[in-house]
Design a protein around this ligand. Structure first.
Ligand code: PAN
Ligand code: ZN
Length: 194
């Protein structure tokens, strides 16, 4: 018999689930290696340890065919010129896709094919849905002045591999520019500093 209570959950686009099954918070000090401008990152860490993003998870089931729903929020802010972003990952079962649904704010998703390195940036925000195909590392960036909020819906069996991204990072970063967000190759940010 299906336990109906387990299948439904109330949520609000601004605040997420009234009763998440788990919550993960990532603060600045948890994000070593994420920002290309390491000097700016170290300086920001000395100045404080603000919340950068959090994910509330609704896990109605844990079987091979089940789905998990993550409600993510990224705070507005920058490290140097780089907008706040998630660590990013590829799924442990790399073939498993995910659907992102923008709920509030403005930002980007960096998508990078782990097989050939091909990468794209697509806008994510209120009123936009992004399909992340299998074998694609994904990172979410808040380029707006308010919070970015979104759902990510993925297989309960997908798993999260952060190590692969730490070793072979996203090729692009999103910088705050005078005329709006600028997408630049990661090595350019490093070169600007050296
Ligand atoms: C999302 C992410 C969320 C946080 O729910 O887990 O955006 O990003 P990191 O996991 O990279 O810290 C998702 O893609 N789940 O698979
Ligand atoms: Zn994912």
């Amino acid at each position: 018999m299906v336990d109906i209570e387990r299948l439904v959950r109330d949520f609000n686009p601004e605040h997420g689930f009234t009763e998440p099954d788990s919550v993960t918070e990532r603060r600045l000090h948890d994000l070593s290696g994420v920002f290309a401008d390491t000097a700016a990152y170290e300086a920001a860490c000395l100045a404080g340890n603000p919340l950068v993003y959090s994910v509330q998870i609704f896990t109605p089931g844990g079987g091979e065919g089940d789905l998990h729903v993550g409600y993510g929020t990224i705070e507005p802010g920058t490290v140097g010129s780089e907008f706040f972003m998630t660590k990013g990952h590829v799924h442990e079962r790399a073939e498993m896709a995910e659907v992102y649904i923008g709920l509030r704010g403005k930002g980007y998703m960096l998508l990078q094919d782990v097989r050939d390195g091909g990468n794209r940036a697509v806008e994510l925000g209120e009123g936009r849905i992004v399909y992340v195909p299998g074998h694609t590392a994904h990172r979410t960036v808040n380029s707006g002045s308010g919070r970015l909020a979104y759902f990510g819906i993925y297989s309960a069996a997908a798993g999260h591999d952060y190590r692969r991204i730490a070793e072979d990072d996203f090729d692009a970063v999103v910088l705050r520019g005078a005329a709006g967000p600028r997408l630049v190759p990661r090595r350019e940010v490093r070169d600007m500093k050296s």
